[in-house]
Design a protein around this ligand. Structure first.
Ligand code: GRF
Length: 205
């Protein structure tokens, strides 16, 4: 099995997925990294790991269909079976969602369905959690559908919100958990241990 990772930023989740593949925890390999940003830190991590990486963004193409074709070509050429969005800030085109139905996962740094949706990324999420007064936050791995942060939830883990937390301290606590649950969720998907029950997804042993 081949995993394509889409990342826009520093790439710590990409790194944890890579590590889980190289150690054999996930029985798959990361075949390609795709980023909408040329300066994403994830490119450098990919280069060091010998994973081919591509900068593909809508602005490079005359129209939407050429852009989508380019994404699909890279996915096909790297024989991607599964896509992991790891801090990817762009919406995945619906044509790709249709071709990879129930094969695209995303990680979100809060407990969905709370604190998700358009505009809820990065510090905005942690600011909103702190403003709410909630005493727990966490990370969510979910399948990607046509709506932001909306597809079936696959795995979640809580962290406490502590007195005196700032968006940065909370983000760091959540990130730690992200690095644990994303590899677990991908392992289950790759090992065909995900079952759908209506609109709900479950991991089975
Ligand atoms: C993570 O917090 C992830 O949940 C969110 O974006 C951040 C990406 O961090 N979607 P990194 O680039 O994986 O370090």
């Amino acid at each position: 099995m081949n995993i394509a990772v889409f990342a826009s930023g520093r790439g710590s989740n990409f790194q944890s997925i890579l590590h889980a593949c190289t150690t054999g925890f996930i029985p798959a390999r990361v075949s390609v990294l795709i980023s909408n940003r040329a300066d994403a830190g994830a490119h450098e991590l990919a280069r060091r790991a010998g994973v081919p990486s591509f900068h593909i963004s809508r602005q490079q193409y005359a129209n939407e269909s050429q852009y989508i074709q380019s994404l699909l070509t890279v996915l096909r050429e790297h024989e991607s079976n599964v896509i992991a969005l790891a801090g990817y800030v762009k919406k995945v085109p619906i044509e790709i969602i249709a071709q990879y139905r129930n094969k695209i996962l995303n990680i979100h740094p809060a407990l969905l369905p709370l604190f998700g949706g358009p505009g809820m990324y990065g510090r905005h999420v942690h600011n909103a959690v702190l403003a709410s007064g909630m005493k727990v936050s966490g990370a969510t791995v979910h399948f990607v559908d046509e709506e932001y942060d909306h597809g079936p939830i696959l795995l979640q883990q809580c962290v406490p919100v502590e007195r005196g937390d700032t968006p940065d301290t909370l983000a760091a606590r959540v990130l730690n958990v992200e690095h644990t649950i994303y590899p677990k969720a991908l392992k289950a998907l790759v090992e065909n241990r995900v079952v759908f029950d209506g609109t709900k997804a479950w991991i089975v042993e």
